[in-house]
Design a protein around this ligand. Structure first.
Ligand code: ZN
Ligand code: ZN
Length: 334
């Protein structure tokens, strides 16, 4: 079978690799679509220490079950599914409480084990969820990340919300906030083209260009007294600081963006304004299930924010996203 193998910094190779059968309890999926994630790009650039070459990446995907391992019902074969790529021990206190994303032994398909930038991928049978559309199916994983972040924000009907960062996760957060009843959803980014897309396809009511010096004043002008909920989907020192400065007293800030580990934050403001700061990482199973259910209604896949390319053109797609692409998301079709 073909696999797009990351062999080193900025180097992808389409290789012929051996197709392994599914282990007990697992199934083999014939891959349909896989999204290229921002974390795949940092891996490609050698900036993500969890990914070690040679590696087949790909953790946002859909496909058809072709082969079932021992102990898996034959009836699963032939189903179009999306896959929760989070692997966990199933025994620790986090797993037993339903928080597999916190498992001390967590692994992710496409990061520590072979992923779906290939013709076939093996996954646990219990990780696959039936879907009706292969493109929407491949978008469930990032949507589930956004659903968790919005859940952590505690948004209520009528709240004003701000999202820092108009990458796919930020845009999906905006969409879920709007669907959760936020009366205003502002999106801030340094890229004007992305901000246009936020309004067109993702339900943003206001957009703020934060490339200038007066970003904080523009944000303050938008929400008198501050936003009730702010999500930082970037993870830079500057965006984290702006997030805390833009939330109202008693409000909630959620950090989902991963960029710089060490950032300076206005700690006294957090104390004096009783701001809740919460981290959000991937998704619990419940968030993923909601992602499966909501992907049909929440995502406008006709929009110009995404494009599908062939797996064989995957190397070029990675290079394009690193250079700066007009598309927020490129999906590779196997
Ligand atoms: Zn991802
Ligand atoms: Zn565990």
């Amino acid at each position: 079978m073909r696999a797009l193998v990351w062999v080193g910094i900025r180097r992808m190779e389409l290789r012929d690799v051996v197709k392994e059968g599914p282990p007990e309890g697992w199934v083999t999926i014939e891959v349909s679509h896989t999204g290229i994630c921002g974390s795949d790009l940092s891996g490609y650039l050698g900036e993500n220490d969890l990914r070690k070459p040679p590696l087949v990446m790909g953790h946002e995907f859909s496909g058809t079950v072709r082969d079932v391992g021992k102990g898996v019902p034959d009836g699963m074969a032939g189903r179009l599914v999306t896959v929760n790529p989070l692997l966990s021990c199933g025994k620790c206190s986090y797993c037993l409480a339903g928080d597999r994303q916190l498992c001390l032994d967590r692994k992710v398909i496409g990061i520590q084990v072979p992923g779906s930038f290939a013709d076939y991928v093996n996954v646990p049978a219990t990780a696959s969820y039936p879907v009706t559309d292969p493109v929407r199916g491949a978008l469930v994983e990032p949507l589930a990340c956004a659903i968790r972040a919005v859940r952590h924000s505690g948004v209520r009907v009528g709240d004003r919300a701000l999202v820092m960062g108009a990458g796919v996760i930020g845009l999906m957060c905006a969409r879920v906030l709007a669907a959760s009843g936020a009366s205003e959803v502002a999106v801030a980014d340094v890229n004007g083209r992305r901000l246009d897309g936020a309004k067109r396809w993702w339900g943003a009511t206001d957009v703020v260009d934060t490339s200038g010096k007066d970003a904080d004043t523009s944000l303050k002008r938008l929400a008198n007294g501050g936003f009730e909920r702010v999500i930082d989907a970037v993870g830079h020192g500057q965006t984290r600081r702006l997030a805390i400065e833009s939330v109202r007293r008693g409000g909630t800030v959620v950090f989902i963006g991963l960029h710089e580990n060490d950032t300076i934050l206005p700690g006294n403001v957090v104390v004096r304004s009783e701001i809740a700061v919460k981290g959000s990482f991937s998704y619990a199973d419940d968030d993923f299930r909601r992602g499966v259910m909501l992907s049909g209604n929440l995502l406008d896949t006709s929009g110009g924010w995404m494009v599908v390319r062939e797996l064989a053109k995957g190397g070029e797609a990675f290079a394009e996203l690193v250079r700066g692409s007009p598309f927020s998301k490129i999906l590779l079709e196997s």
